[in-house]
Design a protein around this ligand. Structure first.
Ligand SMILES: Cc1cc2nc3c(=O)[nH]c(=O)nc-3n(C[C@H](O)[C@H](O)[C@H](O)COP(=O)(O)OP(=O)(O)OC[C@H]3O[C@@H](n4cnc5c(N)ncnc54)[C@H](O)[C@@H]3O)c2cc1C
Length: 417
């Protein structure tokens, strides 16, 4: 590392993803000399993948208070940031950059064009307008630290000095996008505590073979309980998708964090409720009425009206009833057992898919060591931390990008003061 080229800026941002770009725009508004160091040959590689290439930019359904509740126990850390740059301000921000937005089901906000590329282009245009120096293909390798302050960052060819540094290197998920967890190691070396990074927002591998024999079957409204030693850890209702390895779909993905946090403590079970809007009694009653009306029907055809033909046959198999069973041949016990099964299908979780397919990393730098009003490190006085590298994550629906926008905004703005 001898004869390294030297450069100097007011603020240097490490990582040109969603949070780093937002931080760059804010850090430079008052004319400060700002650089973004990005290891890829382009900015925002992960941003382009978001929302299946459509970029679910934020979430419009909730107040800041409700938003933080959706993030779980660490959510309150974000409250202060959201009150400065929340979901409304984010939408205004992008609209001012000329990006038209639309709100879809469940408050999911997307660019009207359905193109994540347009979000990236708007950010890049703003960075250019503010004179931010974007240095691509710059893999940051290390930091030089003196008296609890960063002096400079090092790449293979350069030493880059600055008054302030913003660390926005993301988590460990989807490592092909450049986020491989570099930030955790550096922060730990600087004295920060890292809450063990785990894959979150990921599908689940399920042990039962029949689940894997229904790939492509989806159900729009299923109740899922996550259980460990018969204790309920988490509960959610929503869409599920059967796959060749187990289960996916929004409800499963949003439940995965709770599996991730507990699977090392012992076996985890899922309990599926295929009729979540009915109580056990109400479902028994419904079957009683329906079975009277459709007594000549095959049970498999009755069930196929609610589920796919294939799943209907699987349900018969699980309830140990013959596949050609006519409804009139079923007694009260059969009926009530069927209702019980439909409301309590128990599955065991084999494992989660790994970081390669997790949308998010849970865990990260301990929030106790970061000032939430500024995103400044409490250990290194000229370091600000933003985005997924923080121990903060949310469900699907625009929450995670909002975390990146808010923390990036606050970090960038704070370097200006
Ligand atoms: C498939 C997929 C779909 C998603 N869809 C959505 C969605 O629709 N809505 C939503 O809210 N969230 C979504 N997310 C989550 C969202 O993408 C992340 O929350 C967000 O990108 C985090 O931003 P970040 O800036 O913290 O990190 P990143 O976007 O990961 O950016 C970090 C950057 O740092 C760079 N970097 C890392 N190490 C170094 C180094 N040593 N030197 C230089 N640069 C470095 C990386 O190359 C990367 O560009 C999705 C995630 C995935 C994987």
């Amino acid at each position: 590392m001898n004869n390294l080229k030297e450069e100097k800026f007011d603020t240097v941002i490490i990582g040109g993803g969603a949070s780093g770009m937002m931080a760059g725009i804010l850090a430079s508004v008052d004319g400060a000399k700002v650089a973004i160091l990005e290891k890829n040959s382009t900015l925002g590689k992960k941003l382009l993948l978001t929302g299946n290439g459509r970029c679910n930019i934020t979430q419009a359904n909730f107040s800041n208070r409700e938003f933080v509740e959706k993030l779980g126990k660490n959510g309150k850390f974000l409250f202060s940031g959201l009150s400065v740059f929340g979901t409304n301000e984010t939408q205004e921000f992008f609209e001012k950059l000329g990006l038209k937005l639309k709100t879809e089901k469940d408050g999911r906000v997307f660019p009207e064009s359905d193109k994540a590329q347009d979000v990236l282009d708007a950010l890049k245009k703003s960075l250019k307008k503010n004179g931010v120096v974007v240095k691509l293909n710059q893999n940051v390798l290390d930091f030089e630290i003196k008296d609890a302050k960063i002096v400079c960052v090092k790449t293979a060819e350069r030493k880059i000095y600055a008054k302030n540094f913003i660390l926005s290197t993301g988590g460990k998920s989807f490592p092909t996008t450049g986020s491989i967890g570099d930030g955790y190691a550096w922060l730990e070396k600087m004295g920060h505590t890292i809450i063990s990074p785990m894959p979150a927002l990921t599908p689940m591998k399920i042990k039962e073979r029949w689940v894997k024999e229904l790939p492509g079957v989806s159900l729009p409204n299923v109740g899922i309980k996550i259980l460990q030693q018969d204790k309920k850890i988490f509960e959610i209702t929503g869409e599920i998708l059967f796959t060749h390895f187990g289960l996916s779909g929004p409800a499963v993905i949003n439940a995965s964090k709770y599996v991730s946090q507990n699977i090392s403590k012992g076996e985890i079970f899922l309990e599926l409720d295929l009729f979540p809007t009915f109580t056990q009694n109400a479902l028994e009653e419904k079957l009683k009425i329906d079975f009277k009306e459709y007594k000549k029907k095959d049970l498999k055809n009755y069930l196929a009206e609610y589920f796919s033909q294939k799943l209907a046959l699987t349900i018969l198999e699980l309830s140990k009833l013959e596949t050609d069973r006519k409804i009139y041949s079923l007694g009260k016990t059969h009926r009530n057992n069927l209702a019980k099964l439909l409301k309590n299908i128990r599955l065991s979780v084999d494992s989660l898919l790994d970081f390669e397919s997790a949308m998010i990393t849970s865990g990260g730098v301990s929030l106790k060591e970061v000032e939430n009003k500024t995103m400044r490190s409490k250990i290194i006085s000229n370091l600000f931390i933003a985005g997924e590298v923080l121990d903060l994550d949310g469900p699907t629906g625009g929450y995670n990008l909002q975390i990146a926008w808010t923390t990036g905004y606050v970090a960038g703005k704070s370097t200006n003061h």
